[in-house]
Design a protein around this ligand. Sequence first.
Ligand SMILES: [Zn+2]
Ligand SMILES: [Zn+2]
Length: 307
Amino acid sequence: MSATIESPIIPIKSSSEPPQVITPDAATVFANRAARFDQLADGHVLGDWLRFLAELSRAQHSALTEFPLIALPDADLLARAREHRMPPLPAQSWPRDPAWRATLRQIIAAVSPLAPEVARWDLSRLLGFDNEHLDQLADRVLRTELYGEDAALLPYVGAALQVLWTAGASRLGSPAIAAIDAPGVCPCCGFLPVASVVRHVGEVANLRYLHCALCNTEWNLVRVKCAACDANENIGYRELEGEGLQQRGAVRGETCESCKSYLKIVYTEKGGVDPVADDLATLALDILLDEAGYSRSGPNLLLIPGG
Ligand SMILES: [Zn+2]
Ligand SMILES: [Zn+2]
């Protein structure tokens, strides 16, 4: 059960300057996430759910492996995006390739046999929706309207959209994407971060990278700074105390008194953590921060709010 997790690929550059933007590695991003979910599930009170999310991540990995070569912005468009410091694959306006719907159906087929009964009902309903209905759900996810009617269906839609955007981001590659003027949103797709990660190896050692909730791109943001409002004063850190947390990696909530928001930071000594999986394995920290009056500044697309 305890699959090993490869360390993320860290781009080697000749200069000593660390990369501002790191696009995902399509070959490993979802496979590593699946392995991390399995690892976190052992002995966890939410173990069954985390194991189901491991299967969902494996289905994303398979879907991405077989994903068609979709059209990407050409060199002119990319140059213009860089010049104007705009994300090249904007979540709300990049023409969405219909391949994402085939990916959704593929993911549903893969996870349905393993899903709890209530989720199986949701999945069979999703399979019955026509293209227009599915696109409406996708629009909701991309506008981060993750509540209301059929909110329980949105994590699967989000999972398929993650595959589409990760395919695009990984093919564009880090050099194609410039840092943008809004430090709290993804320079590749303009979406919000799920969490940030501080690794202790390679040229990115001790630097903080925000991790995109949609396309899995990471971008550098100085430490002790609010990702939501840029404040760098009155930033605090909260963490859970208790047994077994060490093996889950150190996860803290970075809180901001200016805008009363928070985002988690995942710290890792040896690699192996995953911002999406480690975030969901520490929901108790979200409850603690919610009770303390802070609201999350970025979504986790695999989470059903209140679910
Ligand atoms: Zn992104
Ligand atoms: Zn703030």
